[in-house]
Design a protein around this ligand. Structure first.
Ligand code: G3H
Length: 532
C-alpha cells in the first residue's frame, strides 16, 4: 500500500485557506463571543509541513466551554419553554413550520461549505458527504409535510359517549441533543428538527468530530428561531452534559452514540420519570448467508454493508455467518471485491476507504486483529489491517470464533469477521444472546427457508433485511432497536411522535359547552384547539 498522504494534490475547490476560528456559541438568541480556553480541531487527513514531515491538518479551534456556560444554555432553553407557556411551545404549528422552512432555505446556501467540512473533519468521501447533506434536506422537507398531514388529521373533534374531544400532540419540554461523529449533520438534524418543530426547546452539543460543519449554520439558527429555542454549546460532553442533566430540568435526552455514556447521563437525572429517552446506540448486525443464496449478490451487499464509510455506520454488517458448504467460495469472492475497493482521500473519484477520524481507532483495529489471529483466525486479504497514520486497509478475518473480541465487540471500523456455520441455530443463537438487537441481513433465494427465520428474527431485532445490506434508510422507515441498541423510534413520522405527547381538550357536550366550542373554533382564538 502506498502512503496515501504523500504526493496528493487537493482539488482547488476543497483547499482550506487557513484554520477556522469558531469563537462564538449560541445562547438565548445571541452568538456570544468566547475569549476563554479553546480546543483544536484536527483532520484525519495528514499533510506535509515545511520540514517535509507529515502532520495532521489543523482545521481550526472551538470554544472549550465550562459548566457555567452549560448552565446558562439550560437556563436559556428553560426560559424559552417557560414551562410550556413560552412563545415557541404555544405557537401555531404553521408558524413553527415557517421558521423551519426559512432555516432550510438558508441551509441550502451552505451546501458546498458543509460538504467540504464533512470531508475534512471526518474523512467522508465527497459523494457520500453530498448525499448526507441532500438526505438531510429531504428529511426536513418530509418532516414538514408529515407534520401538516398529522395536524390536519388531529383537527377532528369526536364525540365519545357525550364527551367532545380534540386530541393533538404537544411538546415535551427541554431537549438535550447529543449526536455521533459518523453522521454529524444527518443524525443531528434527525433529532433536532422534529424536536423543534413539535415545540420543544433545545440544547445541542456537537459530537467529538464533525463540529466545524455546524459553523455555517449558526447564523441561520439565530435568525430563524425565537431566542433561546436553539442553544449550541461546544466542549467536553462530560463537562457540559453532566450539570445539565443533574439539574433535573431536562425533559428529553436525545443521544445517538454509545450506551455507556447514555447510562451515565440518564443516571444523573434526579427525576427519572420525567426524563424521556431517545437513544440510538451500538449494534452488531449479522449477515447470515445461506447455501441457497445468489452468491454474487450476497458478496456485493456484504462488502457494501460491512465497509461503506470504513465500517463506521451503526447499521453496518459487523459479523458474517456463512454456511459451511459455500464459505470457501464466498470468502474468495469477498476478498476479490475487497481488493477492488479504492483507498484514498475523500475528494478522490470513486474512493471507498478513507482516513479514520478517531485517533485511537487504528490501534483498536490492530488489537482486534492481533487477538483474533492469536486465537486461530487468518487475515484473508493482502495488506489487510495494514495502517498508515489514520488510514487502515480493511481486514477480512476468518475463521472467527466466540473466544475472540471481534466476535462480540462493535468494531465500528474496517474489519470484517467471518464464521462458517453448519446448523442455522448457531447464527440464531448469536442474535438471541447478543446485547444488541438492531437489524440482520438474510441471504437466500428460497422462500421456504426464509419464512421460519423471518418469524424468529423479527422478535430479536427490529429490521430483517432480505438479500439486502442493513441500513437506516429510506428515512420514512422506522429506525429502532431492541436491547442495548436503541430506545424510542425514529423516522420522519415516528420522530414527530417521539418528541411529543398526545394531549387533548375535552368538553361534556351540553348546550352551553357546544356554543363555547363553536365560538372557539369559529374565532380561531386558540392556537391548540382549532379547526385546521
Ligand atoms: O450510523 C448510523 C446511521 O444512522 C446509519 O445510517 O444506514 O443510512 O448509513 P445508514
Amino acid at each position: 500500500m502506498n502512503n496515501i498522504f504523500t504526493n496528493t494534490t487537493i482539488p482547488e475547490k476543497h483547499i482550506l485557506q487557513k484554520p477556522y476560528s469558531q469563537n462564538t456559541y449560541l445562547i438565548n438568541g445571541e452568538l456570544k463571543e468566547w475569549n476563554g480556553e479553546t480546543a483544536s480541531v484536527f483532520s484525519p487527513i495528514y499533510q506535509e509541513n515545511n520540514e517535509g514531515f507529515l502532520e495532521q491538518t489543523l482545521l481550526g479551534t472551538i470554544p472549550n466551554l465550562s459548566e457555567k456556560e452549560a448552565l446558562t444554555s439550560l437556563e436559556s432553553a428553560c426560559k424559552a419553554y417557560n414551562k410550556g407557556r413560552g412563545e415557541w411551545p404555544t405557537m401555531k404549528v404553521e408558524e413553527r413550520i415557517s421558521c423551519v422552512e426559512k432555516f432550510t432555505e438558508m441551509m441550502l446556501e451552505t451546501r458546498d461549505e458543509i460538504v467540504n467540512w464533512l470531508m475534512w473533519e471526518i474523512g467522508k468521501p465527497y459523494e457520500e458527504s453530498c448525499n448526507e447533506f441532500d438526505r438531510t434536506i429531504e428529511y426536513i422537507n418530509d418532516t414538514i409535510s408529515n407534520l401538516r398531514e398529522m395536524d390536519q388529521k388531529h383537527s377532528e373533534i369526536k364525540n365519545h359517549n357525550g364527551i367532545l374531544a380534540q386530541v393533538r400532540r404537544a411538546p415535551l419540554g427541554v431537549v438535550l441533543c447529543l449526536s455521533p461523529y459518523n453522521y454529524p449533520l444527518n443524525e443531528t438534524f434527525c433529532l433536532l428538527i422534529p424536536a423543534l418543530i413539535m415545540g420543544n426547546t433545545t440544547i445541542y452539543k456537537p459530537a467529538k468530530h464533525g463540529i466545524l460543519l455546524l459553523s455555517p449554520l449558526l447564523k441561520a439558527f439565530q435568525e430563524c428561531f425565537p431566542k433561546g429555542v436553539v442553544n449550541i454549546i461546544y466542549g467536553s460532553g462530560r463537562t457540559l452534559a453532566t450539570p445539565i442533566l443533574k439539574s433535573g430540568k431536562v425533559d428529553v435526552l436525545a443521544l445517538i452514540g454509545n450506551s455507556k455514556s447514555a447510562n451515565i447521563l440518564q443516571e444523573y437525572h434526579p427525576k427519572k420519570n420525567r426524563l424521556r429517552l431517545v437513544l440510538g446506540l451500538e449494534a452488531k448486525n449479522p449477515g447470515i448467508i445461506m447455501p441457497d443464496c445468489d452468491l454474487d449478490l450476497a458478496v456485493k451487499e456484504c462488502v457494501l454493508g460491512s465497509l461503506a464509510f470504513n465500517g463506521q455506520r451503526c447499521t453496518a454488517l459487523k459479523i458474517l455467518f456463512v454456511h459451511e458448504d459455500i464459505v470457501e467460495e464466498f470468502n474468495q469472492k469477498f476478498v476479490e471485491e475487497v481488493q477492488k475497493l479504492k483507498c484514498g482521500l475523500p475528494w478522490d473519484e470513486n474512493v471507498n476507504i478513507t482516513p479514520l477520524p478517531e485517533p485511537n481507532k487504528p490501534n483498536y483495529i490492530q488489537e482486534l486483529i492481533d487477538d483474533a489471529t492469536k486465537k486461530g483466525a487468518k487475515v484473508l486479504n493482502r495488506n489487510g489491517g495494514k495502517a498508515t497514520l489514520s488510514f487502515v486497509n480493511p481486514a477480512v478475518l476468518y475463521p472467527v470464533n466466540e473466544t475472540m473480541k471481534v466476535y462480540e465487540e462493535e468494531q465500528f471500523g474496517p474489519v470484517v469477521p467471518i464464521l462458517s456455520f453448519k446448523n442455522i441455530q448457531q447464527p440464531l443463537d448469536y442474535v438471541s444472546n447478543s446485547n444488541y438487537g438492531q437489524q440482520v441481513s438474510l441471504f437466500s433465494n428460497n422462500p421456504d427457508s426464509l419464512a421460519p427465520l423471518i418469524d424468529s428474527l423479527v422478535n430479536q431485532v427490529c429490521r430483517v433485511n432480505i438479500n439486502t445490506k442493513c441500513q437506516r434508510g429510506p428515512d420514512v422507515l422506522p429506525f429502532v432497536g431492541r436491547k442495548d441498541s436503541a430506545v424510542s423510534t425514529l423516522s420522519v413520522y415516528d420522530a414527530l411522535r417521539t418528541f411529543s405527547i398526545r394531549t387533548l381538550v375535552a368538553f361534556r357536550s351540553t348546550k352551553a359547552n357546544d356554543k363555547i366550542l363553536s365560538d372557539l373554533l369559529e374565532n380561531n382564538t386558540s392556537n391548540f384547539l382549532r379547526k385546521k
